[in-house]
Structures are given as C-alpha cells and as structure tokens.
Design a protein around this ligand. Structure first.
Ligand SMILES: [Zn+2]
Length: 303
C-alpha cells in the first residue's frame, strides 16, 4: 500500500468542507475506493484521481452518507466508455438498488460490474501482495469494516554491492527471497551483505460507523494504521450510544489497546465546526492520532 487519500470525513449531515465518507487506497498501481458518499466523483476530479483507475470499491453499509455517490460514479464510468471490470463489495441490498436505478434509467453498462455481497466476516479479496478481510461492526444496521493486509515484502537489493560482486540479473529474484549467492569461484556471499531489510508491511483497518464493544479490539489486533470513526466528543456519549457511534475518546482507548502506528479519526458530526477538540480529546489518550480532513494524504512509507 502506498498511500491513502481522504475524499470525505464528515457524517450524515452536510458540513462545509468535510464531505461524506470516501477514501482512496493505492496499492501497486491499483486504486481501491472505500465508501462512496455523495459527491465522491467530484472529489476525485478535484484530486486528479482517474475514474478508470478505480478497480475495486468497498461499501461498508447502506446509510446514504456511505454510498449515495456510487450510482453517479458508476454512471460516469459508463458515460466515459469504461471497459475494465469493476469489482464491488458491499451489503447484498446494494446491487438491488443499483440495478433498479439502471433498469428504470435504461442504462446499459459498458463494463462488467462484478458484485460480491459482504454478509459475514471472511477473506473477501486477494490481490498481488494484499489481502482484504471484512469485519462486522456494531451499528444500527448491518455494517462491515475492511482490513487491508499487506503480505510480507521481499528483501531489497543493495545495488552497489550486488554490482561489485557481479551478481547476474537472473539471480536478483532469488536474492530478494533471501538466498545467498555463490560466485563462479565458489565463494559464498551472504544474502545479508547483498540485500537490505524489506520495507515495512502495513495493515490498514477501515472502521466506519461503529459503536465500539468490549471485544472489538480482538478484530483489529495487529493493525498498523487504524481508521476509526469519532462522530462525537465524549460529552455526547449518550447520543453516541443512541446512534451506535463512537466518541473520540473511545476511538483513542481502542487505539491504546492495540497500539497502531497511527490512529486516524473521521466521520465527525456536523455540529463540530472544528475537528480540533475531537483531535485533542483523542490525543490526550493516544498520542499518535491524526484527524482526517479533506484532501489529506497518508503516505504509508512515512508511517
Ligand atoms: Zn451509518
């Protein structure tokens, strides 16, 4: 995974400058869209993200602020004559909603929409170097989060040393996998001399609307970057409980248990004009916290 771009970080009611949930996760040149709130396609344009590059879309649940942008985005892809398959993961009802819209609008897609219903916790996708798993969240209606887990990366070639020893090109992949090199005189050159430690493998957990339960930490144990909603300040705990959301303090307490390298907050209630109080509340408990704002880019190589 290279980077995460925030296209929206607000909750259900419109709030100036926030936009509803939408994130782009880049992995090996593929663009994965996570949730697709209203206006996501406009946000993509503003951030110069090509629609055609989106290969997979993951929708957490059927509250409008998490998917109202999807019919528009798919229609635009169609208008642009997309031919590549589009893989869509989400609640079973999602495809019914889309198909009804296309049917009544007499829209015939120029590409194949491959839909996978997400109804339980399981491995849902395996891409080169990345596995995606669904985790059930605790919300007013069926809701799933997604864990994106990078496979262990291979060692990196130490170019100047490998060149000075004369390692042939065809042996480079074996070097990356950790093999020693034996030169033509029979000298063994240790792999550790010829290569560098692999880059860090990250695990990113996207937890959209979720009232955190006591055992939830078991589902996100070991993740290095945790996105968790923080709809309210803790003084609104009653409201958070009633609407099945979490407070910034609760998100931070979860982070304190699992200790990710970074906690990213989002999904703020429109009642908060500034996200600073939410960030401060969380940071008081878990220092490595960031409050996502529109257009933020998280570079995984720097986390
Ligand atoms: Zn919701």
């Amino acid at each position: 995974m290279e980077k995460l771009t925030i296209l929206g970080c607000g909750s259900a009611l419109p709030a100036s400058g926030r936009h509803p949930t939408g994130q782009i996760l880049e992995h090996n040149g593929k663009f994965l869209l996570i949730d697709c709130g209203e206006g996501t396609q406009s946000r993509m344009r503003e951030n110069k993200i090509s629609f055609d590059k989106i290969s997979h879309i993951f929708i957490s649940h059927l509250h409008g602020d998490h998917y109202f942008g999807l019919p528009g985005l798919i229609s635009t892809m169609n208008l642009l004559g997309r031919t590549r398959d589009l893989h869509l993961f989400g609640p079973a009802g999602l495809i019914r909603i889309l198909e009804l819209q296309f049917e009544l609008g007499k829209t015939f897609l120029s590409f194949s929409l491959k839909f996978t219903p997400v109804e339980k916790e399981e491995d849902i996708l395996s891409l080169r170097g990345l596995k995606v798993q669904s985790i059930e969240l605790n919300h007013r209606l069926k809701c799933f989060g997604f864990i994106f887990k990078e496979e262990k990366k291979t060692r990196r070639i130490n170019g100047p040393v490998a060149k000075s020893v004369g390692v042939p090109h065809f042996f480079m992949d074996q070097l990356r996998l950790g093999e020693d090199y034996v030169d033509k005189d029979g000298n063994v050159i240790q792999n550790s001399v010829l290569t560098l430690e692999p880059k860090k493998s990250h695990t990113y957990a996207f937890c959209s609307d979720n009232r955190i339960q006591a055992d939830f930490c078991n589902k996100v144990k070991g993740v290095s970057v945790l996105y968790h909603e923080a709809t309210f300040l803790h003084q609104e705990l009653k409201k958070a409980k009633k609407t099945f959301h979490s407070t910034a303090k609760e998100a931070a307490l979860l982070a304190q248990e699992i200790k990710p390298d970074l906690l990213i907050l989002g999904h703020y209630s429109a009642r908060y004009r500034s996200v600073l109080p939410l960030l401060e509340e969380a940071k008081g408990i878990y220092k490595q916290t960031s409050a996502a704002t529109y257009k933020d880019i998280y570079d995984f190589s720097k986390i």
